[in-house]
Write a protein that binds this ligand. Structure first.
Ligand code: PMP
Length: 364
């Protein structure tokens, strides 16, 4: 190895889901929203002028921060926007997990957590989910350097109820607890989603006022169909947000580009569209649950826009390959405990019908 190479920070990177350029692909592998973003978003982007691109954007992305604050019903000083929730989470790891003690997260969860921890030299210890893929709260009652979990969890879809989230917070008053709510907008019934776009009952946003050390991280990638524009945000106490901004302004003042600010603001102006899309996806999810159960598939009850399925008579890796040949792309994780499962994003009704038709022929 040449000398300079000894000085390189070597990391094992996260592997994102495939974005293949195959025509007519039914793409159910990255939990994207099958519906387009609100028409307001495209209108707003088209109305941007050259000056908006010539100039640096507002470093605080104030207009977007205000829109988020209004949606979450918190003060602007409690909101931190970022380039997708990946950016917000990475920044949060760097900012809040600096004690040198092990941070805790589930063994089966978003596989970026251990990557960030390793990148930033944060020690970590994975806590095994129980046999139902539920977090065992008592595993998080010990001494630690911070806690992070996704709710609903990924790739399982399992939702932790608010009382249980509160219990983890009660036992972790001296470290920062991050709740990754990338999928929380789907954690309600279709009827609830159709009438209200308020905070779901199990969102940790309901606890923000009670815990200065709680950070809730969200994204516009899933429920607002904006994965391509990259907007995520954190909500927390003014103090937490100030610390996050200090780190952000020490790396890159202009994380939010003008197009993202414009698109994000427009997305929050169309709550009727948001409600319609979200309730549609939830309705499809509940129907697909019934159809998959009828075919003998097993899965934890998902509160997200995906299902984590297994079948006693099928090998998941083989099924992944035959689905891919049939131009249906889902996600397979070659990891302990979950290597006989597939994560299937909820698409349109037509896409899910095609999936179910294919599965039916495989089983016959
Ligand atoms: N958290 C979880 C649990 C996720 O599944 C994802 C999507 N890969 C993210 C965060 C990041 O999403 P984004 O950066 O698009 O906001």
């Amino acid at each position: 190895m040449p000398g300079w190479e000894n000085n390189v920070r070597k990391v094992v990177p996260y592997t994102p889901g495939e974005q293949p350029k195959i025509r007519d692909l039914i793409k159910l592998n990255t939990n994207e929203n099958p519906y387009p973003p609100s028409p307001h978003v495209l209108e707003a982007l088209r109305a941007m002028d050259a000056d908006a691109l010539r100039r640096y954007p507002d470093p605080a992305a104030e207009a977007l921060t205000e829109a988020i604050a209004e949606h979450c019903k918190v003060p602007v000083s409690c909101v931190f926007p970022g380039v997708g929730s990946d950016d917000v989470l990475a920044m949060s790891f760097l900012t809040f997990f600096a004690s040198g003690r092990e941070i805790l997260f589930p063994d089966i969860t978003y596989s970026f957590y251990d990557v960030w921890a390793d990148l930033f030299r944060i020690p970590w210890e994975a806590q095994p989910l129980d046999e139902n893929f539920e977090i065992r709260n008592r595993d998080y009652f010990k001494e630690n350097g911070g806690v992070i979990f996704a709710n609903p969890n990924a790739p399982t879809g399992v939702l932790k109820r608010l009382d249980s989230v509160r219990e983890i917070l009660e036992h972790n008053r001296n470290v920062v607890v991050i709740v990754d709510e990338a999928y929380i907008d789907f954690a309600r019934t279709a009827e609830e989603a159709a009438v209200g776009s308020d905070t779901p009952a199990d969102s940790a946003l309901n606890l923000i006022g009670d815990y200065e050390n709680l950070l809730v991280v969200r994204t516009l990638s899933k429920s607002r169909s904006l994965a391509g524009i990259r907007i995520g945000y954190a909500v927390g106490s003014e103090k937490l947000i100030r610390y996050l901004n200090d780190v952000k302004y020490s790396i890159n003042s202009y994380t939010m580009n003008q197009a993202a600010i414009t698109a994000g603001c427009a997305a929050f102006q169309d709550e009727a569209y948001f409600r319609r899309c979200t309730s549609g996806i939830i309705r499809t999810r509940e129907r697909v649950k019934k159809e998959l159960s009828a075919l003998g598939f097993l899965f934890p009850d998902s509160a997200a826009n995906f299902l984590f399925i297994t079948h006693p008579k099928l090998n998941a890796r083989d099924l992944f390959c035959s689905l891919r040949q049939a131009k249906i792309l889902v996600r397979y994780f070659d990891r302990p405990r979950i290597d006989n499962y597939l994560r299937v994003t909820i698409g349109t009704d037509e896409q899910m019908d095609a999936l179910i038709r294919f599965l039916r022929t495989v089983l016959n």
